[in-house]
Design a protein around this ligand. Sequence first.
Ligand code: ZN
Length: 607
Amino acid sequence: MSVSPLVGPADGVAGRLVAAEPGRLAVDDLVTGDPGAGWVEPVGMDGATAMVRLATSAVTADAAVTWVLESVLTQVAGAGARRLVLETDDGERQRVLGGGPALKLGVEVIPVPVVAVTNSLGRRSERLVTLVPGQVGIYSCGPTVYSYQHLGNMRPYVFVDTLKRFLAWRGLDVRHVINITDVGHLLADADQGEDKVEEASVREGRSVAEITGYYSEVYWDDLRSLNVGSPDGWPHASAYVPQMINFAQVLEDRGYGYRLDQGLYFDTARLPDYGELAGIDTTTQRETGRVEMVEGKRAKADFALWRTFTDGRDRLMQWSSPWGVGAPGWHLECSVMSISLLGDHFDIHTGGIDHRDLHHVNEIAQSEAYLGDGRRWVRYWLHNEFLNLKGAKMAKSAGAIMRLADLTDLGVHPLAYRYLLLGSQYSSQLEFAEAGALAAHQALRRLVARVAEATNGPGPALGGPLTLTGALEAAAALGSSELTARLLALDAALADDLQTPQALALVSTWFKGLDDLGAAEWRVLVAAVDTLLGLRLADLRPADFVAPLPDSIDPAWVQDRLSEREAARAARDFEQADRMRQELADAGIRVEDTPDGTHWYTARPGS
Ligand SMILES: [Zn+2]
């Protein structure tokens, strides 16, 4: 038989799907084809379940589409598959499956939706198609380690962790980098002024290494508590200064940089599409949140690639460069570290929405100028929205911040904060309130209790992260069409731009009744939920959600105060009720009235 045309979605590259040995699917050596004719991307096989991504939008004849599917089916059947998970978009699904060739070959076709993301570049939903079949490269702007990260600062990392979990579930090999900014990020995100890390070093009377080491460790601890997986690289900006100087030199040599006393500046007028990500044109570009005057700047939007120190003061962090002693510009750092570790082009760049209109605009400008290959530097830009506190963005500068440690001091389990974040889709703003965190704590506790009950029964244990094909293979082995349907529903919710609220709603609905699946099926489902949402439902126990009283407090004393408060409330003696609440608060016990009744919490041990 003839092979299907064209594997490989990457720019201009296409290959062929070939019949591999049983149990294995592979991409043949890539051959050049017509990328306009659609593509087929084999993902892999788990047991007898194969997965293939397919795009036929550019194929005009329905007969040709049927022929492609027949070809794919023949090949996966030849490799031993009995099920084919087929990722196609809604529009092409009817065309692809209309002919019904699958039945002839005895292969069950399971259609799944494409992975759709909202690309800030163009502000539209797009199918995720990676540069290299089967692989995805992701870069996330990391923290500036001059201070504690607050709850709002943690949202980008829970978001990207959930995205990575889903892409790995879909069979992609994920490579991820988060940088650590330990130099170059100036107060107020400006181009001139004090370095945040250096300022903290002076303020706290500790060395730069002590400051960045300490705040990095606290940040990493918080990530672990939130079950955020480590990236493949944690580059420190200060370790890439020679590469940054080289990068800036290339830009200057190509005429994209001009020298001022204060350093080397990027000439934004050289790029006609500067500011596209922000949805603005150069003439209206403002200097977001900054008040600074740099003599000689040609345009307001121009920004520092290298900052030369002109006041003769010795800095803790300074390097020699062709533009004098100074330090790299903050925007430059991310371009250099991402290109160094992920290659000239990669698939996804993530960050908080506050980075979209300035930091990321400038990253794109200098990177595309540096590469000069006429291609888009990064194809997908995904931004998470803010976490708000009383209607405003939670921000260190506003003084109103709360850390993960503050939440755990209230007795809230750290994964309850992850649960709370998943309750909103990443691109919606989220209003934070302590009461919401306490409610999330209770919701997660109830879920953990139900999971323990549901999974306690006969059947094989299940460990490790699952893939979609692996989970469907397990469901087929159990002969469970209900489990298959739930796995596909969970998958579809997350494929739609990571609709985590919908996924959580499904999970809580399923765990309301426990009779409809057996323990072995529940275990597969819980493993899938844990793989995708990272809530550790299988490991946690209800006891993890009860903070024990310190030895110094007698439980009977607490109970008396609570009863007295209840009685006072019933008698509408609110003064007395408040006194009881205050006595408990003074002892480190918080009382929370919820629709479920009154709950109380103490600080968790060790906090
Ligand atoms: Zn960045």
